[in-house]
Design a protein around this ligand. Structure first.
Ligand SMILES: N[C@@H](CCC(=O)N[C@@H](CS)C(=O)NCC(=O)O)C(=O)O
Length: 221
């Protein structure tokens, strides 16, 4: 089996990278520099016309969307238990992925790309302010879910990897200091990022990110 992940360092595609490594799945990493707009170039548009990462190619079949890619990786390596085997357990993980993909992720996109939400040249601050408010509510909800457990469903699953990455963005310049503290969420993020197999990957991703253009926008320009 050949697996290729099209990945922008420290973007949402880090969740898929972490899942591949946690599952000991051999893969090729293709770094896409979203900060310089590489994802909008002709070459990457042939990989993904939607001009987004991640894309996961398995034996040449290209799959888009975190909500499809993360369960696929889990199913490729069931022994890693990135998804539970039972239907109900899988539904619980799917429910969290759905929440993260539809509530957290679009709010982050509005923070990174306010110009996609408003045509008002002076409207960026208002869009960011509203998106940060929505993020705050969503993180508050998640924080309460973690009151009696370390992971969203009790064991570490793909939804926790996805959440850890979107939680790490709280320190980006547009947001730093504008969200309250969420200690349980920070603990989950820390627990993912310091797992023995994953800590070197996170360090490598940060290094890759720094080596690319100095643009501070994680989702790209
Ligand atoms: N719904 C997509 C969203 C992917 C997405 O927004 N990716 C960002 C990186 S986190 C991206 O490629 N941004 C580049 C851009 O929007 O121009 C998914 O879950 O895969």
């Amino acid at each position: 089996m050949t697996i290729t992940l099209y990945h922008a360092p420290m973007s949402c595609s880090l969740a898929a990278r972490l899942a591949l490594v946690e599952g000991d799945l051999d893969h090729e990493l293709v770094v896409v520099d979203t900060s310089s707009g590489e994802h909008r170039g002709e070459v990457y548009r042939r990989i993904n016309p939607l001009q987004r990462v991640p894309v996961l190619a398995v034996n040449g079949n290209r799959i888009r969307e975190n909500s499809a890619i993360l369960p696929l990786i889990a199913d490729l390596v069931p022994e890693a238990e990135l998804l539970p085997p039972d239907f109900l357990g899988r539904a619980q993980v799917a429910s969290w992925i759905g929440y993260i993909a539809t509530e957290l992720h679009p709010s982050w996109s509005a923070v990174f790309h306010p110009g996609r939400v408003t045509e008002d040249a002076d409207g960026a601050d208002a869009v960011r302010g509203a998106a940060i408010g929505r993020l705050s509510n969503a993180f508050d909800f998640l924080e309460h879910q973690l009151v009696d457990r370390q992971w969203l469903t009790g064991e570490m699953r793909i939804c926790d990897l996805y959440l850890a990455v979107l939680s790490a963005w709280r320190m980006v310049p547009h947001v730093a200091g504008r969200l309250p503290e969420f200690p349980r969420l920070s603990a989950l993020q820390q627990a993912v990022f310091t797992r023995p197999k994953l800590a070197p990957v996170v360090a490598d991703d940060m290094k890759l990110r720094a080596a690319l253009s100095s643009q501070a926008v994680i989702g790209g320009r």
